[in-house]
Design a protein around this ligand. Structure first.
Ligand code: HEC
Length: 148
């Protein structure tokens, strides 16, 4: 029977291999269900917006915001609203938000407070965890996704 040599190195190699294969076994399951806890978004390259929530998107058309928003969307929203913002039907398709300020106001309200009715949470609130900079960055990216 093959065994790892009973040396420190042997033990370390054995452990590393063991942990490696454990990770391989677990990784696809994690990916399939998406992340449930909000994933932090690095907004340090964006102008800060202060404590008061805006009602229209200050980052509209900002290429840095669009890039940050795309990855923030994929990490925090795609599991319900669909990859690349193409909804599979669990949640509304965000490509069809109203354009301009009216859409912005509705969008940021949902992002900030989420959506709950009759004691059931339909969408978690992201305002406290991600902040408005991340919210508006995602909105800026959504506007660049073509609707069919
Ligand atoms: C756990 C699933 C889930 C996640 C995660 C989620 N949403 Fe939602 N979202 C929903 C559902 C369900 C609705 C519909 C709510 C309702 O019917 O009241 C919704 C509604 C919305 C709406 C309103 C759309 C409309 O047409 O009325 C916006 C905007 C929105 N979500 C943005 C986001 C953004 C941005 C993220 C990521 C930061 C996100 N959501 C993450 C489930 C989710």
């Amino acid at each position: 029977m093959a065994r790892f040599p009973a040396t420190r190195t042997g033990l370390a190699v054995g452990l590393a291999v063991g942990i490696g294969s454990l990770w391989l076994a677990v990784a696809p399951a994690v990916e399939a269900h998406g992340d449930v806890t909000p994933q932090p978004v690095d907004v340090s390259r964006l102008p800060p917006l202060g404590a008061e929530w805006r009602r229209s998107n200050p980052y509209r058309g900002n290429p840095v915001a669009i890039e940050i928003g795309k990855s923030a969307y994929n990490q925090n929203c795609a599991r319900c609203h669909g990859l690349e913002a193409i909804s599979g039907g669990i949640a509304p398709d965000l490509r069809y938000l109203e354009p301009g300020d009216a859409g912005d106001e509705w969008y940021i309200e949902r992002f900030h407070h989420g959506s709950a009715r009759d004691g059931k949470v339909y969408m978690p609130a992201f305002g406290e965890t991600l902040g408005q900079e991340a919210g508006w960055a995602i909105c800026a990216w959504l506007e660049t996704v073509p609707a069919e």
